[in-house]
Design a protein around this ligand. Sequence first.
Ligand SMILES: Cc1ncc(COP(=O)(O)O)c(C=O)c1O
Length: 401
Amino acid sequence: MNPRRLYMDNAATSFPKPRAVQEEMTRYATEIGASAGRGGYAEAMESAAILSDCRRQLRKLFNGERDEHFIFTLNCTDGLNIAIKGLIDPQIGGHAICSLIDHNSILRPINAMAERGWISQTRVQIDPKTGLVDPEDFRKAIRPDTKLIAITHASNVTGTIQPIREIGAIAREAGVPFIVDAAQSAGHIPIDLQADNIDLLAAPGHKALMGPLGTGFLYVRPGIEKILQPFREGGTGSISEEPRQPNFMPDRYESGSHNAIGLAGLAAGVKWILEQGIEKLAAHDLDLVHTFIDGISDVEGLKMYGPQGVKHRLGVFSVRIEGFDPQELSGVLEQSFGILTRSGIHCAPFAHESIGTASLGGTTRFSFGPFLSKQDVKFAADALAEIATKVEPQIHADERR
Ligand SMILES: Cc1ncc(COP(=O)(O)O)c(C=O)c1O
């Protein structure tokens, strides 16, 4: 086993986190401890202030209209469920549009409602070479009963960045709520909630926003709360005398005690991004993308999926080496080079079907983060070159025997 550990699975969750994230979480754990909004004493007030600060940082980063329209969720999946299911009334039904590039956290909630007979669905095609959708296909798919359009902004399989602003404009013109899954893009590249025509933005706090696992948010554009039914009801620490869920933000969607320690970390993570500057972080990611593409472009027997150049992509790469099962390739990368990757179908079955890797066990995924250097990425590209030329795949060797 190689003693070096080079973490290249930032698409699953980011690691390491900025020091300030650890410090803020430690400060919460050792000095505050109280539940936000659940008392009038100083510690509970401070805990509530941390949450308010977190919403303020998020509003700044994403150019949202109002702090209190950022509602905290368990992760990105939770936010997408609140958004997708909250727009569908089973008594009325309707139609939902998503795409073949989407993650299961969009596909499954929509599919579950379709299987129950509540809605029908359209999955927009992607270009198998680039993973890109054509915004016009969304326009064509819209029907009078379409209740939502949802799309994964940046693919966790191919790294493809979709033209959300154009799709958002089409949705806005048709009066259809537009949901964006920013799991792989939030914190990596700029997102402007207002200019990008987004009605509901779900993101994890624990990926490129640099917070800990167990955090996430859903942005609800002002006005959308009038048509978005809450997914869960319960204690909010507000108007406790009422048996009814409050209809003001953010309490309408935030029942139960908050993950205050996690949100203290998330607030510090988002502050760190604002200090670095999202443009600078995006430029660093692009540098890594350049380095990786340069490093692997001449490797014989290696195939990379998604956009072949730097355009329309970020630092999430799916690759296969001829003869290697993706899991085996991840194993060799870890054992011999200390490089940590994720192999398989990555919770995106139709993305893999579209690029032709579903029946092959998927791909091996490298995903970069702000603490990786060009040297790290060059090391990974060199490791792939060495494996492609010098390592005999054991699974196939065994089969041949
Ligand atoms: C594109 C995409 N959407 C949604 C998710 C779900 O995120 P979470 O694990 O925070 O629920 C992921 C996670 O990998 C993802 O890559």
